[in-house]
Design a protein around this ligand. Structure first.
Ligand code: HEM
Length: 489
C-alpha cells in the first residue's frame, strides 16, 4: 500500500514539474504579455458555460488590456482584440490553420471547408467560391424575398394576437429555408411548421461543443462517451444532422438520374452549390456530405443570429427605426413591389444599420487560429504552436476604436467615419484568405428581411428585458430576442 502511495506521490510531483517546465519554456519569450497567473494543471480557471465564457473574455480584456496570454492546461493561448495584431494574423496566408477548438466541430463538420486546411481547404474553397459570386445573388434574392413574404405573413398573425415574439424562432426557420433552397435546391417550407429537428440539433451541438472546449475532460472522446450525461443527446443530434445531408444528396442524385436523357442535369442556379459538389469527379458521397453539413451549419445560425440582434436593436431605438422606415419608403416610392437588389443597394442607411448591429452584437464573437511557425510582431515573437483567440466582439466594442462603444449608432458607418478607422477595426466576416465565403449572400439576405419587416411593422421593445450575452459558436442572448410588433397603417 505504502509503495503505491509513494508511486502516486512521485507521479504527481513528476507531472507537476513537467507542467511547470512546459509553462516556464512558453512563458520565457512572452513574459511581457500580461495575463492571469497559471493555475497548476488547469492553466486558467475555466468558465463553466456559454455565458461565463463571454464574461471570462470581457474580464480578461478589462483587466489586462488588448492582448492577454493564458494557458489551457499547458496550451498557450494569446487572446487579442488589437486590430494591428489581428490584421497581422488574418491577412497572412501562412496562418490559415484553425485551432483545436474547431476539432470538436469535426464531429459533424468532419474535415470540410470550415475546419480543413492546406491543399484540401484550397481545393474546396476554389470549388465552392464561385457558387456565392455576386452574379448569382440576384437569383438568390428571389428566394430571400419569397421567404420574407412568408415571414411577414407569420408575423402578421402574431401582431394580430398582440403577442411578444422571440425573433430567433422566426429568423432561424427563415434562414434554414433560404440556405436549403439557394444552395441545395430543397424547398422544405420550414417556416410553415413548428420548430424543426435540424434547428434544435444545431442549437444543442453548438452549445455543447463550446462547453467541451473549456472542459479538461469532456473534450476527450473516451471519457466523454463513458461518463458524460450529454453523450446520448450528442449522438441523437448528430444523427439528425446527418439525416438531413443524406436526404439532400439522395434526392439530388435521383433527380439527376431521372432527367430527360440521363446526362442532362436538372440545373438551375438555386442548387448551384450541390451541383458543383455532385458533378465534381473526385468527390465521394462522404466528401459531399461533409460540405453539405458545413454550409448548412455556417449559413444558418449566423444569419438568423444577425437578424435577431438587429430586430432587437431596432425595437429599442424607435428614432433609428423611423429613419430607416422613411428611407425605405423614399426609395421604394411607397410601393413594396419596388424592393429589389438595386433598391436595397441605394438605401445607404440600411447598410449602416446592418453594419452597426454586426459591430455592437458581433455574430461570431471569437474565432481562432493556431500558428505553425513563429510570428514576429513588434518586439514580440509568438512561438509556433500558439493559439490566437481573435476576440472580434471585443475588437468591435473597444473604446480605442469606437467612442461610447455600447451606443447603437449607425452613423459610425457613414463613409467619412469609416475612412478614419483602422481597416481591421470592423471585421465581422473575418478577413484575409479564410474570410466568410457567404459574406455578400448573408448581407443581402439580412437586408431583404429587415427591409420587408420594417416596411410592414413597427417593432417595440419588451419591458424588463435584460440582455445577457453568451458564446456558442455564434453570440447568444440568454433571454432570447423578445420584441412586440405592430402593423403599420
Ligand atoms: C451574417 C452572417 C454571417 C457571419 C457574421 C459570418 C461570419 C463568418 C466568420 C467570422 C467566418 C470566419 C470563421 C473562422 O475563421 O473561424 C466565416 C467563415 C465561413 N462562413 Fe460565414 N458568416 C455569415 C454567414 C455565412 C453564410 C450565409 C454562409 C454560407 C452560405 C457562410 C459560410 C461560411 C464558410 C463556408 C466559412 C468558412 C470559410 C473558410 O474557412 O474558407 N457564412 N463566416
Amino acid at each position: 500500500m505504502a509503495v503505491v502511495a509513494d508511486i502516486l506521490i512521485v507521479g504527481c510531483v513528476a507531472l507537476f514539474l513537467h507542467w511547470c517546465f512546459d509553462i516556464y519554456k512558453k512563458n520565457k519569450r512572452l513574459a511581457h504579455i500580461p495575463g492571469p497567473p497559471p493555475i497548476p494543471f488547469f492553466g486558467v480557471k475555466l468558465p463553466m458555460n456559454s455565458f461565463a465564457i463571454h464574461t471570462f473574455f470581457g474580464n480578461l480584456i478589462a483587466k489586462y488590456g488588448k492582448t492577454v496570454k493564458f494557458y489551457l492546461g499547458t496550451k498557450l493561448v494569446v487572446a487579442t482584440c488589437d486590430a494591428d495584431l489581428i490584421q497581422a494574423i488574418l491577412q497572412n496566408p501562412k496562418h490559415i490553420r484553425k485551432s483545436s477548438m474547431y476539432d470538436l466541430y469535426r464531429l459533424f463538420l468532419r474535415d470540410g471547408l470550415v475546419v480543413s486546411y492546406g491543399e484540401k481547404w484550397k481545393a474546396r474553397r476554389t470549388l465552392t467560391n464561385p457558387t456565392f459570386h455576386v452574379s448569382i445573388l440576384k437569383e438568390f434574392y428571389t428566394v430571400f424575398k419569397e421567404a420574407s413574404d412568408v415571414l411577414v405573413g407569420k408575423l402578421q398573425e402574431e401582431a394580430d394576437k398582440g403577442n411578444v415574439i422571440n425573433a430567433m424562432d422566426f429568423a432561424s426557420k427563415l434562414s434554414l429555408d433560404t440556405i436549403l433552397e439557394t444552395s441545395f435546391g430543397e424547398k422544405l417550407n420550414i417556416q410553415q411548421g413548428s420548430n424543426h429537428y435540424y434547428i434544435k440539433a444545431t442549437n444543442y451541438l453548438a452549445k455543447l461543443l463550446f462547453i467541451k472546449n473549456f472542459s479538461l475532460w469532456k473534450r476527450f472522446d473516451l471519457p466523454f462517451k463513458l461518463f458524460a450525461k450529454e453523450y446520448k443527446e450528442q449522438e441523437e443530434a448528430l444523427e439528425h444532422l446527418d439525416s438531413m445531408a443524406i436526404e439532400i444528396i439522395k434526392k439530388k442524385r435521383k433527380k439527376n438520374v431521372n432527367s430527360d436523357d440521363g446526362s442532362e442535369r436538372i440545373r438551375n442556379k438555386r442548387s448551384i452549390l450541390i451541383d458543383a459538389l455532385i458533378e465534381h469527379p473526385e468527390l465521394s458521397d462522404d466528401d459531399i456530405h461533409e460540405e453539405v453539413n458545413n454550409f448548412l451549419f455556417a449559413g444558418h445560425e449566423t444569419t438568423s443570429t444577425t437578424i435577431s440582434f438587429l430586430l432587437l436593436e431596432l425595437a429599442a431605438h424607435p428614432d433609428i427605426q423611423e429613419k430607416l422606415y422613411q428611407e425605405i419608403l423614399y426609395h421604394t416610392q411607397g410601393d413594396k413591389k419596388n424592393l429589389s437588389v438595386e433598391t436595397l443597394q441605394k438605401i445607404t442607411y440600411l447598410d449602416q444599420v446592418v453594419k452597426e448591429s454586426l459591430r455592437l452584437r458581433t455574430t461570431a464573437s471569437v474565432i481562432e487560429r493556431k500558428i505553425t511557425e513563429d510570428v514576429k510582431f513588434g518586439d514580440t515573437v509568438y512561438p509556433s504552436g500558439t493559439i490566437f483567440s481573435i476576440l472580434l466582439y471585443w475588437l468591435h466594442n473597444h473604446p480605442s476604436y469606437y467612442t461610447d462603444p455600447e451606443k447603437f449608432d449607425p452613423d459610425r458607418f457613414i463613409p467619412e467615419n469609416q475612412a478614419k478607422r483602422h481597416p481591421f477595426a470592423f471585421v465581422p466576416f473575418s478577413a484575409g484568405p479564410r474570410n466568410c465565403i457567404g459574406q455578400k449572400y448573408a448581407t443581402l439576405q439580412v437586408k431583404t428581411v429587415i427591409a420587408r419587416i420594417i416596411y410592414e411593422f413597427k417593432l417595440l421593445p419588451v419591458e424588463g428585458f435584460k440582455l445577457v450575452l453568451g458564446i456558442a459558436g455564434v453570440t447568444l442572448s440568454k433571454h432570447g430576442f423578445p420584441i412586440r410588433i405592430q402593423k403599420r397603417n
